[in-house]
Each structure stands twice: as C-alpha cells, then as structure tokens.
Write a protein that binds this ligand. Structure first.
Ligand code: NAD
Length: 506
C-alpha cells in the first residue's frame, strides 16, 4: 500500500498509542477513509476459529475479576478515563480519519467515553441491592447483584469507540470481562482503544487479569462465533435492525441476555407554540449533524399547518447553505458518508420519495475529494403522506417533512413507524408537551422537549422500543443488564414457618 498523508497520520497516532505496526500495516482487512475514499491501513483479522480460545481466556479472567472488590474495579475504569483524557485529541482525530466525523464530533465521541468512565467509577460504590419485608417472623428477604460473566460487545461503524465504552465501563465495574467485535469498517479506532485499555491495566497492576478486555477484528462470522458461545451470558449488539434480528434470535435460542441497540426513525413534532428560531437551529443539528449517520438522527419532521410556511422555507435555505466538505480541511459542518453503499442508499430513498409524490430539496452528490469519496448535500423532502421510504431508516442525511392539524394526528404519525428510538416536541404549551410525554404520547425510549432527538447525555438510560430492540445502555440503572440478580430469604429464628401458610409437619 502506498503511504498517503491520511495513512501516515493514522499510523502515527496508532504508533503513539503503542499499537504494533504489524496489526494495521499488512493485514487482510482494508480500511478506507471516507474523507478521500483511499485505503489508509490493512488490519490483521482474527480468524473465527480463534474466537473460542479468546473467550476461554475471558472466562478465566472472569473467575478472578469477580473477586476483586467493585470499588477497586472502579479504579481500573478511572485509569482508563485518565488514558482517554490524555489521548483525547489523538483518538478524536483518528475517529475523524476513519469515520469522517467533523473534528468537534470526533472529540465529542471521546468526551462521551470519558464521561461514562467517570459515571462508572461512582457506580462502582453503588451497585446496591434491596432489603424487602418478609411475610415470615424472624426472616429477612434481600436482593443482591452479582457479576454476570463474559460480556460480548458488537458495535456499529458510526460510534466506533463510544459504544464500546458505554458497555465496557459498566461491565468492568460490574465484574465482567468484555470481548469486543467492532465494525469491520472501523478497526483502527478499536486498536487504539484496546491499546489505551492495556496501558490502564498495566498501571492498575496484577489485579487486572489477562483476558479482561479482548478485541476480535473481523466481520459477521466472528460476530456469530461470539454470539453462539455458551460462555458469554450477555451480548450487547449495536447496529441495524437486520443484524439485531439475526443476533437476537440466536441469543434467544441459548437463553442468553441480549442488549439490542438497533435502528431508529426519529421524529420531532413542531407545535403552534414552538419557538421557531430555536426549532430551526435544533432541527439543523439533529438532521444534518454527523451527516445523518447517528442512530438518533432526526429523520421525520411533523409540522403543524399553522407554522409550516414560517418554518419550512427557512429550513430549505439552511439546507441550501450548509457547508459540506472535508473534515480535515476547513470548517464544514457536514462531512462524508461512510461509503458508496451509503450514498446509493440515499439516492434510492430519494427516488422512492419522488415516486411517492415528495418534493426534494438538495440530496445531490458534492465533489469534495474525487470519485472515491461520497459527500452529499443533505436532503429536505416535503412529503404528502407518511409512506414508502419514510417508514424506513435510511442511514444518510434525509429529513422528511409532513404537515399535521391536531396533536393526536401528529402523535399517531410519530408512533406510526416500526422503530422506537428517539423523539422530540417543540412547543411551549404545557398541555401539549405533557401529553407528548405521557403514556398516550411518544412510544420511544427517548422523548425530548425543545431540542432534537439526537445528542444524548450519558447520565440517562439510552435505547429504544419496538424494532430498536428494547435494550438500555449507559446511565441510570442500565448497569443491571450486566449483572445477575439473586434473591435471598434468610431465616434467623428457630422455627420453620412456610410461605403462604403452607403446612408440612413431619
Ligand atoms: P450493521 O448492522 O451493518 O453492523 C453492526 C455490527 O454488527 C458490525 O460489527 C457487524 O459486523 C455486526 N454484524 C452484522 N451482522 C451480524 C450477525 N449476523 N451476527 C453478528 N454480528 C453481525 O450496522 P452499521 O451499518 O455498522 O451501523 C448503522 C446501524 O446501526 C444503523 O441502523 C443505526 O441506527 C444503528 N445504530 C444504533 C445505535 C443504537 O444505540 N440504537 C447506535 C449506533 C448505531
């Protein structure tokens, strides 16, 4: 492979993190930077046949790690957070090189990793159970949480490193080793994070067993070997609904726990009382940020007919003016799509929208760095009805706009898709806003007010319903997904009363 400036920069960052060049210079998995489309590395893959031995090492690590006190486990995650702080600029840059995110979003992804480490450190002293009243005299009823075992992590290309940290930071303080299969499109950032973890573990010392965090590089076959292994009781899988359906079924067959974080088709409702200036800015970021390649990207805008003409033409001019360009040259807000298939998917969806009567603004290819790089002007599509491509997640910057007359109709449209990840409402009418947040309102895992559906903080539980998979990661009590619950009934008396008044006198 002829060295290029992007390849040289990626190699320098990996070298700085201590990644052996043999792991990314002469392997079988080519890595293309979406910035130019050129190959920037060739990563060594893990043969699927080696997965069982890697899981055996993780299982052995589990037997040791579960005995390390949780606050001490938290110390390892604190050290990982320190490594991420020190490496933030370089790792953020590598995210930009490998995924094409604009610089502030690459850095934001690493900041999210630091935030979840901080959260997990505090959590390591709060993995509390319950004491419940027993119906029997001289009895105690308690509930406690134990480590679950090896946690498998399968992640998508669009958050190549943050998704690992949402899972790993919690799993590690919960007492579980992690085995990670990142997207085959983003192995470089995974190698970097693996190296940072190794540094943290070396500082931590002998309490961190070999096999505590494992990286498997490869495609679907490697993912399947992880999913099918009975020594992995929990698998967290982030990606398309198609992937989640395949993985979920395999996990159900062996009764393993699945944490599924799948596709979204997120909507915002703009009500008559909305602050339209704020709405315009929020919609622009939510729909066009990360070039429309976030699971929480705003894909449907449901606008009240009384404010439609005040908002939508202005939005169309923002779409015309938004800067599309290279994330490493200038200050464009919209970078490239990940690859040709993503651009083709966008073009197909726009064709279907036109055929269904939609009016398309934008959506054309923009030549930034030649024929191998796929940049597109974000598309705003005014639709007569919610049909055809509007019901699907197209992983590209397309925002469909629909009109509504009353809030019930808007909520029915918002909920009328197979996915249930994120949603929001713009408005200052308390009744409308609270109705949207009530049981009769949004059916999504996330429902925001006066902001878009994307850009979640790590403090809350993250995930969605319906075809989004139902999993929850990150904050709140998502940690419970990485532990097993045990109920304990303790008799400290001398008699043996049975529950429900049952008699069994011998
Ligand atoms: P993808 O489904 O193509 O791949 C995701 C991962 O699954 C990759 O690591 C891939 O190798 C692996 N995989 C695919 N098929 C598999 C199988 N049968 N068994 C085991 N592993 C398998 O997704 P992508 O294109 O990388 O990412 C985009 C998708 O991810 C979008 O649908 C997006 O909404 C979703 N996503 C969801 C969330 C969330 O939290 N809900 C977050 C980020 C991305």
């Amino acid at each position: 492979m002829a060295p290029t400036s992007l390849a040289a920069e990626a190699a320098a960052i990996l070298g700085r993190f201590g990644v052996d060049e043999r792991r990314f210079a002469a392997g079988t998995l080519p890595v293309h930077s979406p910035i130019t489309g050129e190959a920037i590395a060739a990563v060594a893959e893990t043969p699927a046949g080696e997965v069982p031995a890697a899981i055996a090492r993780a299982q052995a690590a589990f037997l040791a790690w579960r005995r390390v006190p949780a606050p001490r486990r938290g110390e390892l995650v604190r050290l990982l957070g320190e490594e991420l702080r020190a490496g933030k600029e370089a790792l953020g840059r590598l995210v930009t090189l490998e995924v094409g995110k604009v610089v502030s979003e690459g850095l934001g992804e690493v900041q999210e990793m630091i935030d979840i480490c901080d959260f997990a450190v505090g959590l390591s002293r709060q993995l509390g159970g319950l004491v419940l009243p027993s119906e029997r005299p001289d009895h105690k009823l308690t509930e406690q949480w134990h480590p679950a075992g090896v946690v498998g992590i399968i992640s998508a290309f669009n958050f190549p490193v943050a998704v690992w940290s949402w899972n790993a930071a919690l799993a590690l303080v919960c007492g579980d080793p992690v085995v990670w299969k990142p997207s085959e499109k983003t192995p470089l950032t995974a190698l970097a994070v693996d190296a940072l973890f190794r540094r943290a573990a070396a500082t931590f010392g002998a309490d961190a067993p070999e096999g505590l965090a494992t990286l498997l590089i490869g495609g679907r076959d490697v993912g399947e070997a992880l999913v099918d292994d009975p020594r992995v009781p929990v698998v967290s899988a982030t990606g398309s609904t198609r992937m989640g359906r395949a993985v979920g079924e395999r996990l159900a067959r062996r009764f393993a726990k699945a944490i599924l974080e799948l596709g979204g088709n997120n909507a915002s409702i703009v009500t008559p009382s909305a602050d339209l200036d704020l709405t315009l800015r929020a919609v622009a970021f939510a729909a066009m940020g990360t070039a429309g390649q976030r699971c929480t990207t705003l894909r449907r805008l449901i606008v009240h007919e009384s404010v439609y003409d005040a908002l939508v033409p202005k939005l169309a001019s923002v779409y015309r003016a938004i800067s599309v360009g290279s994330p490493v040259a200038g200050d464009a807000l919209v970078g490239p799509l990940i690859d040709r298939a993503a651009f083709d998917g966008m073009a197909t969806a726009l064709g279907a929208a036109r055929a269904a009567g939609g009016t398309v603004h934008g959506g054309e290819r923009v030549d930034v760095n030649g024929a191998s790089a796929f940049y597109a002007r974000p598309a705003l599509v005014e639709m007569p009805t919610q049909s055809g491509p509007v019901l699907e997640e197209t992983f590209a910057p397309i925002l469909y706009v629909l009109r509504y007359r009353d809030l019930d109709e808007a909520i029915a449209l918002q909920n009328g898709v197979p996915q249930g990840l994120s949603s929001s409402i713009f408005g200052n009418d308390l009744r409308e806003v609270e109705r949207f947040l009530s049981a009769q309102g949004s059916d999504c895992g996330i429902a925001n007010v006066n902001m878009g559906p994307s850009g979640a903080e790590i403090g809350g539980a993250f995930g969605g319903e319906k075809e989004t998979g139902g999993g929850r990661e990150s904050g709140s009590d998502a940690w419970k997904g990485y532990m097993r619950r045990q109920t304990n009934a303790i008799n400290y008396g001398r008699s043996l009363p049975l529950a429900q008044g049952v008699r069994f006198d011998i």
